[in-house]
Design a protein around this ligand. Structure first.
Ligand SMILES: [Zn+2]
Length: 482
C-alpha cells in the first residue's frame, strides 16, 4: 500500500530541531549506510558506495594526472616499525588496534592494523630508493584504515574507514614542499568543482599538525550547522621519517642524502561533508558530478495509458543513458507522490515526470532538486536541457554553499564576541592569534573552537591576540570542528 507523501517526509528530523539527528536520518533514509554489529563501524550500502566510487574515480583521475601511480601495501604494521618514529606513534597510540594472536598462537611481536601507512611505506621506500634516478617516487594507495575511536559518527568518524593516502619521496626540501602544496591544490579544486564544497586553505598550527610532520596543510569546509570539517590534509614530512627509516639516495656527486617526503589523504568523511554542506529538510542534495543517478524518471501511470507511458519511458532511457546516469522508477506499489519524495530524499539532481498528456505533447516535466523549479521540456531538446541543467545545479550548489560560508566568517572585536558566536550559530572566526599553543588550548577549553588553519593569504596580524592580548602573530580561522 502506498504511503502518503507527508508521512514519508515527516520521518526525518528537521535540521533546525536537531542537526545530528537530521544527519543520521538522512543517511539511513537515503540508504547510504547502516550501523553494524561491530561497534563504531558502518556498512556502506550500495547507494552510498556508488557515491564513494564516483568520488574515488574522480579524484583518482586527478591523482594520476599529477604523475602518481597507485600501489597497495599490507594492512599490518609490525609494532617495531610503527614505534620507530616517536612522535608518530605517540600521536596514534590511543587509536591503534593490535593483533596479538595468529590462530591460537600468541605472536612474538604485536602487529598493528594500519592507522596510516607512513611506517610500512617508508620501510619499503628505504629498499626502493638507491640513487637520484629513483626520485621523485610518487605513490598513492586506496585502502581501508583502522583507528579505534571512542566516539563515532557515520562517515565522519568510524573505526574503519576508506581513504587514499599519497606518499612521495623527493631529492630536495623544495620539491617536497611544492608537492605538498600541489596536492593541497588538487584537493581544493576537487572539493570545489566535484563536490561543490568551498574550502579555506592554509597551514595547521603546531598543535593541530600531523604527528611527525614538518608542516600540515589543510582544506577546511563549513557545514550548514556552522561546524567546520577538515576535508583533506597534505603533509610536508621533511626528513623525519627518512632519517628514522634510513631512506637514502646517492646524489649526482656520489654523496648519500636523505630524501624529503610528503603524505596526503582524503577519506569517506567527504561523504559526510557533502551531506552536511548541501542537504535540506527533504534529504540529500547531491552535486551532479558525483551523484550515482543524475535524473530519475517517474512515470504517471493510469490503467488505460500505462503501456503508452511505459514505452515512452523505455525510449527515453535508451536515448539518454549514453551520456546521462538516468533511471526510471516503474514500481507499481508506490504512488508518484511517494516516489517524488523518495528520490528527493536520495538527492537525485533531476526528476523527470512523464504522464499520458506529456507523451501526447512530446514533452516531459523536469524538476530540479536544488531549487524545485519545474519546467516543461520538449522531447527533442531533452538531452541538451538535462546536461545544461546538471551544470546549472552543480554551479548553484557551489555558489549557495560559498555564500553561506562567506556569510558565516566573523571578524570579532573581542573575546566576548568570540564566545558568543561559538555559543550561537557558530561559523569561522577570523582573528588575531599570538602563536602560543597554551593560548590555543585555553581557547579550545573555553569555546571548544580550534584553529582550523593559518591561511596562505592575509594571515598578517592586524592587532594583538584576541584571547590573551599579547602581540598578534597571525590572523587565523577558528571553528568548532568535527
Ligand atoms: Zn594568545
Amino acid at each position: 500500500m502506498a504511503k502518503a507523501y507527508d508521512n514519508f517526509v515527516k520521518e526525518i528530523t528537521s535540521k533546525d530541531e536537531d542537526f545530528s539527528r537530521w544527519y543520521v536520518d538522512v543517511i539511513r533514509k537515503a540508504d547510504l549506510a547502516d550501523y553494524s554489529s561491530i561497534k563504531g563501524c558502518m556498512v556502506i550500502k550500495p547507494y552510498g558506495y556508488e557515491l564513494w566510487e564516483n568520488i574515488k574515480n574522480s579524484l583518482d583521475k586527478r591523482i594520476k594526472a599529477t604523475g602518481h601511480k597507485n600501489a597497495y601495501f599490507p594492512l599490518f604494521v609490525p609494532e617495531s616499525l610503527l614505534k620507530k618514529e616517536a612522535e608518530h606513534i605517540q600521536g596514534f597510540a590511543p587509536e591503534v588496534a593490535w593483533i596479538t594472536h595468529g590462530g591460537e598462537e600468541e605472536l612474538e611481536e604485536r602487529i598493528a592494523i594500519r592507522p596510516t601507512s607512513e611506517a610500512i611505506i617508508c620501510d619499503t621506500f628505504s629498499q626502493w630508493v638507491e640513487s637520484w634516478r629513483d626520485l621523485p617516487l610518487l605513490i598513492n594507495q586506496w585502502a581501508n584504515v583502522v583507528r579505534w575511536e571512542k566516539v563515532t559518527r557515520l562517515f565522519l568518524r568510524t573505526r574503519e574507514f576508506l581513504w587514499q593516502e599519497g606518499h612521495t619521496a623527493h631529492a630536495t626540501a623544495q620539491e617536497a614542499e611544492e608537492e605538498a602544496i600541489k596536492m593541497l591544490g588538487v584537493y581544493q579544486e576537487f572539493s570545489e568543482n566535484a563536490l561543490a564544497m568551498p574550502v579555506l586553505v592554509g597551514r595547521k598550527s603546531e598543535g593541530q599538525k600531523f604527528p611527525g610532520a614538518l608542516h600540515t596543510y589543510t582544506v577546511e569546509a563549513l557545514m550548514s550547522n556552522g561546524w567546520a570539517l577538515q576535508a583533506g590534509t597534505s603533509h610536508n614530512l621533511g626528513q623525519h621519517f627518512a632519517r628514522v627509516f634510513n631512506i637514502q639516495y646517492l646524489d649526482q656527486n656520489q654523496q648519500q642524502q636523505y630524501v624529503w617526503q610528503t603524505s596526503w589523504g582524503v577519506s569517506t568523511r567527504l561523504i559526510g561533508g557533502v551531506i552536511m554542506t548541501h542537504g535540506d529538510n527533504s534529504g540529500l542534495i547531491l552535486p551532479p558530478k558525483i551523484a550515482p543517478i543524475h535524473a530519475i524518471i517517474v512515470p504517471i501511470l493510469f490503467d488505460k495509458t500505462r503501456d503508452l507511458v511505459l514505452s515512452k519511458v523505455e525510449q527515453l532511457l535508451k536515448n539518454l543513458s549514453d551520456s546521462i546516469r538516468i533511471e526510471a522508477d516503474t514500481r507499481d506499489e508506490y504512488t508518484p507522490g511517494w516516489k517524488f519524495s523518495e528520490w528527493e530524499m536520495k538527492g537525485v539532481p533531476i526528476r523527470l515526470e512523464v504522464g499520458p498528456r506529456d507523451v501526447n505533447n512530446q514533452q516531459v516535466v523536469m524538476v530540479r532538486r536544488d531549487t524545485r523549479e519545474k519546467t516543461v521540456v520538449k522531447e527533442t531538446e531533452m538531452k541538451g536541457e538535462i546536461e545544461k541543467t546538471l551544470d546549472a545545479i552543480q554551479d548553484n550548489l557551489f555558489q549557495r554553499a560559498k555564500q553561506f560560508r562567506d556569510n558565516n566568517i566573523y571578524k570579532v572585536k573581542d573575546f566576548k564576541e568570540f564566545e558568543e558566536i561559538m555559543e550561537g550559530g557558530r561559523g569561522f572566526i577570523y582573528t588575531n592569534w599570538c602563536g602560543s599553543g597554551d593560548c590555543e588550548d585555553e581557547i579550545q577549553k573555553k569555546t571548544s573552537a580550534t584553529i582550523r588553519c593559518i591561511p596562505f593569504q592575509n594571515s598578517e596580524p592586524t592587532g594583538p591576540c584576541n584571547h590573551c592580548g599579547k602581540e598578534g602573530k597571525y590572523m587565523v580561522y577558528f571553528a568548532k570542528a568535527y
